[in-house]
Design a protein around this ligand. Structure first.
Ligand SMILES: [Mn+2]
Length: 264
């Protein structure tokens, strides 16, 4: 199949919807030597992937960058490039702070105070409920993931994603779209996914790490949950029950959230 010169690249087809604020953030970043990236508690694939992708890009620009999250990175995201650089505490007194994927400040948990003490705050998030409040608010509910916004920011910073950056951002985009099955699977999400794969992200390996592989404990819990299914309200309600004994049988402590019970 020959290349069709009529086919335009994603960046031409889907310009960032908030180019002005992105340009402002890019200018602020370029003028800064040291940045701190924060993301939300109980981090998901977008929180981890977007933060790490942004960190790698800023390091490429010669910046000093630390990333912090109130909770440790879940095991299934530890494969991401330089995941070990994510700290649970902030060192020093950061002047420029970028909050990523946090739909409100309280989601930063114990790190929220860092925002109050900073000179300049930048918020990058895609939740429609986000009320903003940073010095530079880049809130775009049309973005499928914060990873999409980071991608647009990297274009504004003239950073071409390498394979590591692409892997981090693809992980964020894929997990927030349910591996391109949720309603937020827009043309833009797919174009950017294609760009990230072209840049070196491996969709198969990332899906294997994040979604396909299952630990024995998680498999046992899923099995017991399915075996416990009951119906109510004339079959309109279906529910499953997991008791402390189920968790003990699976060799796993009862997690804080139900979703965690299922995590690989
Ligand atoms: Mn997200």
């Amino acid at each position: 199949m020959s290349h069709n010169p009529e086919v335009k690249m994603q960046s031409e087809l889907a310009p960032a919807v908030q180019a002005d604020i992105i340009a402002d953030i890019a200018r602020c970043i370029k003028a800064t030597n040291s940045l701190t990236i924060l993301t939300h508690q109980q981090p998901d694939g977008d929180a981890v992937g977007s933060s790490l992708g942004l960190r790698l890009a800023l390091v490429k620009l010669g910046k000093q960058v630390q990333v912090a999250c109130p909770n440790p990175v879940p095991d299934k995201y530890q494969f991401l490039p330089e995941a070990e650089t994510i700290l649970t505490e902030v060192s020093g007194q950061p002047q420029v702070v970028v909050a990523v994927d946090a739909d409100n400040w309280s989601r930063l948990g114990g790190l929220e105070a860092v925002i109050q003490d900073a000179n300049t705050t930048i918020l990058i998030d895609h939740h429609a409920t986000n009320a903003g409040g940073a010095d530079l608010d880049y809130i775009d509910p049309t973005a499928a993931a914060s990873a999409v916004q980071i991608y647009h920011l990297l274009l504004a910073l003239d950073v071409v994603p390498d394979a590591d950056i692409a892997t981090c951002l693809y992980c964020g985009l894929a997990t927030d779209t349910g591996f391109f099955t949720f309603e937020n699977t827009t043309p833009e999400a797919l174009w950017i996914a294609a760009e990230l794969v072209a840049a070196g992200a491996n969709p198969h390996q990332i899906a294997q790490q994040v979604a396909t592989r299952l630990s024995l404990a998680a498999a046992i819990l899923r099995g017991r949950a399915l075996a416990s299914l009951q119906t109510a309200a004339d079959g309109r309600l279906v529910y499953a029950t997991l008791t402390p004994r189920d968790f003990a049988l699976a060799g796993r402590r009862r997690p804080a959230g139900v979703r965690d019970a299922y995590s690989p």
